[in-house]
Design a protein around this ligand. Sequence first.
Ligand SMILES: [Zn+2]
Length: 473
Amino acid sequence: MSDDVKCIIGLEIHAQMKTNSKIFCGCPVDNNAAPNTNVCETCLGYPGSKPRLNRKVFENGVKIAKALNCEVPKNVFFSRKSYFYPDMTKNFQITQYEIPVGLNGFLKIKWRGEELKIRIRRAHLEEDPGKLVHVGGDITTSKYTLVDYNRAGTPLIEIVTDPDFTHPEQVRDFLNKLRAILEHLNIYDSDMIMKADANISVKGGERVEVKNITGFASIIKALEYEYNRQRIMAKQGLFIKQQETRAYSEQTKTTKPLRVKESEADYGYIFEPDLSWQRMDDARLKSIYSRMNELPDERVERFTKEYKLSEDSATVLVYTDKALADFYEACAKTFKDYELLYNWLSTHLLKCLNYNNVSISKSKVSPELFLEFMKEIKSGCLSERLAKELVKELASTGKPIKQIMKSKNIKEFSDKDLMPIIKKIIEKNEKAVADYRMGNNNSINFLIGQVLRETNFQAGVENIRELIEKVIK
Ligand SMILES: [Zn+2]
């Protein structure tokens, strides 16, 4: 993508929050339950039913606000957003509008070697409506529509940024960081839903809002498409003259115009009278903050100190997937060659899992199994070529390494096994031995190669080197 035309992007991100029960009632949250089984008077919006605030969900909102460097107002309110739609039987959604849980924060990202500060305008909590199921088609083509209220009352966090992004790539880095923060706070799993509305404009044109883009990858694709569309138009002197709302299509990977809906003012917000405001005094904030998990940036810093990893390596572990960093730490408890562990985990095992399209948390390889493999590597008895084959097998079968080696007829070469081979090679190659003794260090590599060949490339190079040096010195 050429970067010659500057663009401005602002985001509204909605993420599902990990929780056992809904935000305003005690109904369980379970995506696999039969339709309309996890419901009660409150989430069905019966007249006279009253919401009760789920304290844990609320505190998670405060933790998110803190992690995004937001101010938490002294009194936090909930509001009613009025609208009529079959997925919301009360005819209003409980959300936060005037005084949300977080205000005026920021998140720093690194982009092309530069540090950027993306301002967070607000973070607020709200309930998800029910789910409409358009049977046999979409909203315009289906014969009839079913409503499942299991989802009604599931907590969402909405995060609104200022228009501080100047390139779609920055959005990717920002979302990646946000995802890692929510994962570390134990509020979000990577298989949960993240949606976004994005405002995007290029210099000289009005802004276009792309609504309701679902999923991490689609958000980036939609913005790249829209940036390119406006950029090409701008180059031809065509600018967006009027603010426009568009939708992103997963099928065509393009955006198309959408009917313009109500503006925020049309919703007639009022404070929710059935929920008391939340007083956020210092003692309460302190208590919530003291129960916060370690955040990703703190973890990166700890990894550089505790495991002596470079900042880049620590960043790969923490920001690729929280589960990868957890896996690394589980192994590092007993395996103390931290660099070697990092290399085999983040390069070789991860490559195999990616190839099989499996995430580390869903893979068959447990830290215990991987540790057994790492012990084989560390013993020096395996050649690198063989170890790479074995890690492939480990990733796809999840079998203990000893079992894999046995099934492949792989012999482990102990010093006792190697010695006769080394002696034979040394006898056969007097010239290389003499060269080495004369100070030609390259000739030992030739000898190692010969021994490796004899072991069918199954013995470890470092082990062979040590033994050869012992014999000919
Ligand atoms: Zn309920």
